[in-house]
Design a protein around this ligand. Structure first.
Ligand SMILES: Cc1cc2nc3c(=O)[nH]c(=O)nc-3n(C[C@H](O)[C@H](O)[C@H](O)COP(=O)(O)OP(=O)(O)OC[C@H]3O[C@@H](n4cnc5c(N)ncnc54)[C@H](O)[C@@H]3O)c2cc1C
Length: 231
């Protein structure tokens, strides 16, 4: 009986979703990061003026949010960067994806770019790299210089090409409390008065802790926005 109800609910949900096609899959050689190129035929990407999230079906009645980055409104192709080094339905799903697969998703708003110009400071873990690549695509560097600090596990290899193309991304090796301590050291070495906006995204407790610490700093005049992705 429970299975029949689940199947009915799943069918109902699926009818509300759009369909995308996996065009290409790339895996970072020394990291659990998958780049998925998706063709979204029915989506008007020209209207994307905020950071989006695609709620993807990753299993029966299982949905996970992923951020489209580097979208091209002429080809209707976007890329998602999915961190998959842990045991979870989303991680398992992305490891099986291959070109030609269908992805069911619902698009939604995730975050807005800053309303005022000026430097942006961003804090992330690996799951939020895409979120800040999307913010980069939506903003102009001359109006919004960016510093993005990303905590990654020891041994998580960032491809050279990524570093060359994204010099505003700085990587800190360490997760959990060790990563937080290093992030704190990093921001204490900066003049926080320089930043007009601060964004934090990724692990919920990382987001909350950094937000509290930054709010307590007398040098922070920026608006701080926090986005908890996973706990
Ligand atoms: C608006 C929004 C945008 C998002 N965009 C992205 C994105 O672009 N790329 C992306 O990778 N994720 C993104 N996420 C997070 C994503 O939706 C999932 O929550 C996350 O990937 C975990 O899903 P899962 O099924 O793999 O693991 P879950 O089933 O949620 O968790 C299983 C276990 O793994 C742990 N865990 C979960 N995630 C991680 C992680 N990243 N690192 C280490 N341990 C983890 C959990 O604590 C738990 O113990 C986004 C979330 C939101 C809300």
């Amino acid at each position: 009986m429970v299975d029949i109800l689940k199947k009915a609910a799943s069918g109902l949900m699926e009818r509300m979703l759009s369909s995308a096609l996996v065009v290409a899959v790339r895996t970072w050689p020394h990291a659990d990061m998958h780049e998925i190129d998706l063709y979204l035929p029915d989506i008007d990407m020209d209207s994307w003026d905020t950071i989006k999230r695609l709620k993807c079906k990753v299993g029966t009645l299982e949905y996970r949010d992923y951020t489209p980055v580097l979208w091209n409104s002429e080809t209707n192709v976007c890329t998602m960067l999915i961190d998959s080094g842990h045991a979870g339905a989303g991680s398992r799903w992305v490891r099986t994806l291959k070109p030609g697969d269908q992805v069911l998703f619902g698009p939604a708003h995730a975050a807005s770019p800053p309303s005022q110009t000026g430097p942006i400071l961003c804090f992330a873990d690996a799951s939020a790299i895409g979120h800040f690549l999307a913010l980069k695509q939506l903003t102009d560097r001359s109006e919004h210089p960016m510093d993005v600090v990303v905590m990654i596990p020891d041994g998580y290899g960032i491809p050279e090409i990524f570093k060359e193309e994204n010099p505003e991304f700085h990587f800190i090796n360490g997760i959990g409390q060790a990563g937080l301590n290093m992030m704190e050291q990093w921001f204490l070495s900066k003049d926080l008065r320089d930043y007009n906006s601060i964004y934090i995204a990724g692990n919920v407790s990382m987001t909350k802790t950094l937000k509290t610490k930054l709010k307590a700093s007398p040098n922070v005049h920026a608006r701080i926005k926090g986005y908890g992705f996973w706990s």
